[in-house]
Write a protein that binds this ligand. Structure first.
Ligand code: URP
Ligand code: ZN
Length: 545
């Protein structure tokens, strides 16, 4: 019998704090030993990682997949497809969303909403592990009663399913909650040690802007961004911080995109407030030129063959020649917050390096482009008349998150170093969301053997991809906004719980044994213990005297 199931030799291990040459021994799904010159004859299988980095598997903490309650619309990916795409890009754990089911009430309401997801995903083949956040958009009872019930519901969903985070929305009709309900939510999340994730955009400002634009017939994809200017994100970010300050509760802003929001978050952090933030590769890499090019040319040329005539515009979405007369192509990059003007990208990279951003997630929310019933292009037809407000918000990204940050971040000098790369995409997501040290690190005897062996830097490897193509991503979507992007490195082997699931471009189907992971409470997002209501008894004492 072999001492080890798998041995990775001659590689350079990267963690959030170290880069060093060492071998890794794996047994029963765990990292069991790190050492030098480990004996290859003791292992069933050996990977020679000479000249290559070995990192923890990525944790993508922001992934939307098909779910029983389709509040965000019917997305392109099942959990099977999303996890398949994840491992092809070096991600070994995804955290997806269970949406609260309003029709279920009482203390077990949220657990039942989560159960529906877990039951569904149990029927699917999963290429990597997954955990769940909860989307909360409805407070069942008014006032303090609502908070007490939510308190019980959160305690229940944590003890049953290990869910320890909720996402709330300050925008989107049907999902947006009031400041009052945000406070109620924060009171209960604080009490339960949950992380409150916030989509910060002022929904009323957006609604008002859309109406103004509609009146002027300005409804093509370009105007999606115009309807959600950076101040919309800045205002909501500031307001959420104020609410969290009053409640003394940690918060985490998801998919932060703008200099206004970044500055507001940084200033709160420097005051000692527990404010965390996530950004996504699309905000560092794409710019609104994707849609602007079309809009401007639409104005000039009535848009026929618009992009083939484009002078001085180099859109990042590489157009298929057959699509040159598709003046709707900008819909591919519609998401919220929107892709910003080019000058905003610099502040996103800066905030990744200076610690303002705690994590990088993908916000993978893939909608097909050509799908007849629910695709983005469909909004161009019929009575929807191509109005941007009907275009589903979101884009694919679970596969490209790690490789894009490797090339455009580390290799091109936009990210400080490989340790920062691991911190933002592997270790901090595990710490923030209660998965550390089981996930997000390489600790012998402790960490799951979720690892990525990257290609050596030389380009002599035939199977090392050079550019992003949709086919490479093996997801359920029919496009990627990063088509044609150069790729300086790519996962050569992706290992989940000690088994190779992706080897030099091939998926190893029989090793696709991902499962649900219960989480602990956050190691980072904890209150400062200055809660106003805890001071209340002393106020009463004063009043009584
Ligand atoms: N971001 C986006 O446009 N779609 C996904 C849903 C969300 O996270 O807001
Ligand atoms: Zn969101």
């Amino acid at each position: 019998m072999s001492t080890y199931d798998l041995l990775i030799v001659n590689g350079t291990i990267v963690t959030a704090s170290d880069v060093y040459p060492a071998d890794i021994a794996i047994k029963d799904g765990k990292v069991v030993l790190i050492g030098s010159a480990l004996d290859p004859t003791l292992a069933k299988e050996v990977i020679d990682a000479e000249g290559a980095y070995v990192t923890p598997g990525g944790i993508d903490a922001h992934v939307h997949v098909d779910e029983p309650l389709k509040l965000l619309g019917p997305v392109a990916d099942t959990m099977e497809e999303a996890t398949r795409s994840a491992v092809a890009g070096g991600t070994t754990t995804v955290i997806t969303f269970a949406t609260q089911d309003k029709s279920i009430t009482g203390p077990a309401a949220l657990s039942d909403s989560v159960k529906a997801n877990v039951d569904l995903y149990e029927t699917q083949k999963l290429y990597c592990d997954y955990a769940l956040h909860l989307i909360l958009f409805h407070i069942e009872k008014p006032s303090t009663q609502g908070s007490r019930l939510l308190d019980l519901q959160l305690a229940n969903v944590y003890s049953t399913y290990g869910v320890s985070s909720v996402k709330i929305f300050m925008t989107y009709p049907g999902l947006q909650i009031s400041d009052y309900d945000i406070l109620t939510t924060m009171q209960a999340t604080r009490k339960n040690g949950f992380t409150t994730m916030i989509h910060a955009e002022n929904g009323d400002m957006v609604k008002w802007m859309i109406e103004q634009l509609e009146e002027q017939n300005l409804t093509s994809p370009y105007f999606h961004g115009i309807s959600r200017p950076t101040v919309v994100e800045g205002e909501a970010t500031n307001r959420a911080i104020v609410l969290a300050k009053m409640m003394d509760t940690p918060i985490l802003f998801v998919h932060v995109s703008s200099p206004e929001a970044i500055d507001t978050i940084r200033s709160a952090q420097t005051k000692g407030l527990k404010v965390f933030a996530e950004t996504c590769p699309q905000y560092a890499l794409l710019s609104d030129i994707e849609t602007k090019c079309h809009h401007e040319l639409e104005q000039q040329n009535g848009c026929s063959n618009a992009c083939s005539n484009a002078k001085g515009h180099e859109p990042n979405v590489k157009l298929n020649p057959d699509e040159f007369d598709d003046d709707f192509i900008g819909a591919k990059t519609i998401c919220s917050p929107p892709i910003r003007p080019d000058h905003c990208r610099e502040s996103v990279w800066k905030a990744m390096n200076n610690g303002t951003f705690t994590i990088v997630g993908s916000d993978h929310c893939a909608y097909k482009y050509y799908d007849k019933t629910s695709g983005k292009l469909d909004a161009f037809k019929g009575d929807k008349n191509g109005e941007f407000k009907y275009i589903p918000n979101g884009m694919p990204g679970v596969c490209t998150r790690m490789p894009l940050l490797f090339d455009y971040g580390v290799m091109q000098g936009n990210l400080a170093n490989m340790m920062k790369f691991v911190e933002l995409q592997c270790t901090n997501p595990a710490k923030v969301y209660g998965l550390y040290p089981k996930k997000g690190s390489v600790l012998p005897g402790v960490s799951d053997a979720d690892l990525v062996v990257w290609y050596p830097s030389s380009n002599e490897y035939e199977k090392k991809p050079k550019v992003v193509t949709n086919k490479l991503l093996v997801h359920g979507c029919d496009y990627t906004p990063f088509e044609g992007y150069q790729i300086g490195n790519w996962p050569r082997f992706t290992i989940v719980k000690g088994k190779i699931v992706y080897r030099e471009g091939e998926l190893i189907e029989e090793n696709a044994k991902g499962s649900y992971v219960k989480r602990e409470k956050s190691k980072l997002c904890t209150p400062n213990n200055e809660w106003v209501t805890e001071l209340r008894p002393s106020y009463q004492k004063e009043a009584n005297n």
